[in-house]
Design a protein around this ligand. Structure first.
Ligand code: EPZ
Length: 417
């Protein structure tokens, strides 16, 4: 199992290019199930979850190729299996995204319940309830969702919790349903808008993406197209924190700073100097790092996927900061590992009180989930001595060779087999 070793203390400086967004690439790849034509995707990040999704599509009988050059060619022409099996779903919860397209186009699906993960129970009840509103019959049996329909029809669907993949699943299913579907209290994340743009290029009739109400008029068929995946705003945010925490000077290019307004604003409030351009931004880390509270909420507020990275920064704060996590019930696993590096963090339910000013020392630490792994590397960049992060397969799910990118910025970091 790979590990990543970091020797802390280097200031980072230089330019970093952002890869395509994992959380936009996954639904885009699965959207290929909605047509028998070829789907050409560009700027697809070469990360583990993308390869898992490729494997899932191939297992169903679809043609799916992903290149290290960021291209993916997908064609769901000859689908024989309408199942997302447990052994694949357990490695990637986002496989649940196959449910909507399979029911929408093939009128049936058998998808393993994703089950929980390190950050929470991760229910999918809203995905199922929405499909039932559109006329699907869903049964839970033997750990699988068995869904079928004689044909989906449009419906008004109010999701009581904002759900990103729930919105994406139902939006995809609705593109081929009879009539109009309204998704109310929909997720506004940029990845949802990116998917809506792709579906529209495939011939779908969608309006309102990026707002809380999305309207979809069903059509008979969708066709293939070419689509470029948006830049990964969370990878960009992770490098922004790397610049701030090392008091470095990092320019992040090939990204959309408007997708990170809440994060860049928060970083400015902690004392970092942030300058923003049309497709890039620059972060110069300053002393002192000011301790500032933050609460995670659905987009456009501060994203839960940046909470762990921000906690690493707050361990270097000049006072105490309260971090409140409102999206997932167990997303503080990284705090326990940072405490082993000398951080002073108290967890109280959904809140973590991070007392700054404690110098971190390198240690052997364990990654528990994708963003936690990134936060431990950020902490290691400023810890005294050597840190070895274990179980970096979590990291590889969403970051392509992050250690090489950080090394190019001057970090003393390497991957060890
Ligand atoms: C997506 O997960 C992302 N994954 C997550 O990123 C991200 O953390 C999350 O959205 C929140 O932004 C992908 O896009 C592949 P949710 P998702 O459904 O869609 C509750 C990463 O690191 N809920 O928006 O699974 C749920 O329990 C990952 O890349 C229900 O109650 O998250 C949670 O409290 C981690 N019932 C809240 O909604 C449902 O049916 C938000 O979850 C669905 C969700």
């Amino acid at each position: 199992m790979d590990k990543i070793r970091v020797i802390g203390g280097n200031r980072l400086s230089g330019r970093i290019e952002i890869s395509g967004a994992k959380n936009a690439a996954l639904p885009a790849m699965v959207a290929s199930l909605l047509t028998s034509d070829v789907l050409h995707l560009e700027n697809v990040p070469y990360v583990r979850d993308v390869l898992t999704t490729r494997n899932l599509l191939q297992k169903m009988g679809g043609a799916a190729e992903v290149g290290e050059d960021g291209t993916a060619t997908l064609r769901a022409f000859d689908i024989q299996s309408f199942e997302a099996p447990y052994e694949l779903v357990k490695t990637m919860r986002a496989s649940i995204l196959a449910l909507g397209p399979l029911v929408g186009r093939f009128k049936k699906a058998r998808v393993s319940l994703p089950g929980g993960c390190a950050i929470g129970t991760r229910p999918v009840n809203l995905h199922i309830a929405g499909l039932e509103r559109m006329g699907a019959v869903c049964e839970i049996a033997h750990g699988y969702i068995e869904a079928s329909t004689t044909g989906l029809h449009g419906s008004y669907i109010l999701m009581e919790t904002v759900t990103v993949t729930g919105t994406e699943n139902l939006m995809m299913a609705a593109t081929l349903a009879e009539g109009e579907t309204v998704l109310d209290n929909a997720a506004c994340e940029p990845e949802v808008s990116d998917l809506a743009g792709l579906l529209r290029s495939m011939g779908a009739q969608i309006e309102g993406e990026g707002t809380r109400t999305i309207r979809i008029h069903g059509v008979k068929k969708l066709h293939g197209c070419r689509h470029k995946i948006m830049a990964d705003r969370i990878e960009a945010g992770t490098f922004a924190v790397a610049g701030a925490i090392t008091r470095g000077d990092v320019e992040v290019v090939n990204c959309n700073p408007r997708h990170l307004t809440s994060v860049l604003t928060q970083l400015s409030q902690t004392g970092a100097e942030v300058t923003i351009g049309p497709d890039h931004f620059r972060v110069i880390g300053r002393d002192p790092i000011l301790s500032k509270n933050v609460t995670t909420y659905p987009y456009p507020a501060f994203p839960t996927d940046m909470q762990a990275q921000y906690m690493a920064l707050m361990t270097q704060g000049d006072a105490s900061a309260v971090i409140t996590e409102t999206i997932f019930e167990n997303r503080f696993m990284h705090a326990l590992e940072m405490i082993r590096m000398g951080a002073d963090i108290t967890i109280d339910g959904r809140q973590a009180i991070v007392k700054g000013g404690q110098p971190l020392t390198g240690a052997r630490v364990l990654a528990s989930d994708l963003r936690a792994s990134a936060s431990l590397i950020l902490a290691a960049l400023v810890a005294k001595g050597e840190t070895v992060v274990d179980r970096v397969y979590h990291l590889d799910r969403g970051y392509h060779r992050i250690e090489e990118k950080l090394a190019r910025l001057g970090a003393n970091i390497e991957r060890i087999q």
